[in-house]
Design a protein around this ligand. Structure first.
Ligand code: AKB
Length: 316
């Protein structure tokens, strides 16, 4: 059967680059991008785009039928910092959009589902370094709770109804083309923009807050990689740990100073510090590497060079 893709939440930080890569890989005519509103951007202008509310089952079902969709990538979600400000809506959006898509798969209307989880599924009682695939999970954020429950439901729908759902636990994601929206790791994107535009950055996390991070190209490679992997390679149906690098605000500032020696950073931790403190510093992703061949291409050095090259060529 021909792969026909629907991306829900296509205009977000991941969705934007995922849409471009899926269009390049599967053909523009086989990828339907959708989001809650129509923007004037490449996602909307360079292919099929539909306005859809991820909380409306009928709207999603209608698109699936109209375009004969086989695979759904559900990227709509409220991230950690925003979710703390609106817990009820975060729970509603993060959980019910997932149920809609899982139920479409259960009904046999779609073949495959991608749903992103996060390092936010872990909490303060989780081992902080090289956090294992299977370990204590007591998330303390609304976002983390929704992701952990989502993982349980993914595994349940696979075990009970044979739903082919695949998931990875994204670390903080760094990209140049689209701003992140409401996460705790967002400082690691903003710092590059501020380094170029102002030569100065105030970090909302303290200098030694170490978090797992990844360049967006690697995240897209992993996302499409797990969806393309033969079904017998997908042995974990909750969500796979995924890693590329870990760093602190101080370490990324030092990396930036190799390109901009006058760059200065100061620290004013806010409510997001508590969220960061509850998350792992580094992740053991050996299961993803072993099961479906995950490999990252970027480390902090190559990512920083690439970020500045892209920002110089496209934005500043
Ligand atoms: C966030 O900071 O909320 C996200 C995430 C780690 O899932 N980037």
């Amino acid at each position: 059967m021909k792969t026909k893709i629907l991306i829900i939440g296509a205009c977000g930080q991941i969705g934007t680059e995922l849409t471009a890569k899926l269009r390049e890989t599967f053909g523009v005519e086989n990828v339907v991008a959708s989001d809650i509103r129509k923007l004037n951007n490449d996602v909307v202008n360079n292919g099929i785009f539909e306005v859809v509310n991820a909380l409306d089952y009928n709207q999603i079902e209608h698109l699936v039928e109209e375009y004969e969709i086989t695979d759904v990538y559900l990227m709509a979600a409220l991230l950690s910092a925003t979710a703390e400000k609106n817990p009820a809506f975060a729970w509603d959006l993060n959980m019910n959009s997932l149920f809609h898509v899982l139920n479409l798969a259960k009904a046999g209307k779609i073949q495959k589902v991608f749903w992103p989880s996060s390092i936010a599924v872990f909490g303060p009682t989780t081992p902080k370094h090289h956090t294992p695939q299977y370990t204590i999970m007591e998330p303390t954020t609304v976002y983390g709770i929704s992701k952990q429950c989502g993982e349980r439901w993914c595994e349940y729908y696979h075990a009970q109804y044979g739903v082919d759902v695949r998931s990875i636990r994204y670390p903080g994601l760094i990209s140049w083309s689209t701003e992140p929206g409401g996460g705790t790791t967002d400082y690691a994107v903003d710092i590059y923009h501020k380094a170029m535009a102002e030569g100065q950055f105030t970090s909302f996390l303290s200098e030694n807050s170490e978090l797992p991070m990844m360049y967006m190209d690697d995240a897209i490679k992993a996302t499409i990689g797990i969806m393309q992997a033969p079904v017998d390679q997908i042995k974990i149906r909750s969500s796979y740990n995924l890693a590329a690098m870990s760093f602190t605000p101080k370490q990324i500032a030092e990396e930036i100073q190799k390109h901009y020696p006058d760059f200065v950073i100061d620290y004013e931790p806010d409510f997001r510090q508590k969220i960061a403190d509850s998350w792992p510093a580094s992740i053991d992703d050996s299961a993803a590497r072993k099961d479906w061949g995950w490999q990252n291409d970027f480390d902090i050095e190559s990512m920083t060079t690439e970020m500045f090259t892209q920002l110089k060529n496209n934005i500043y």
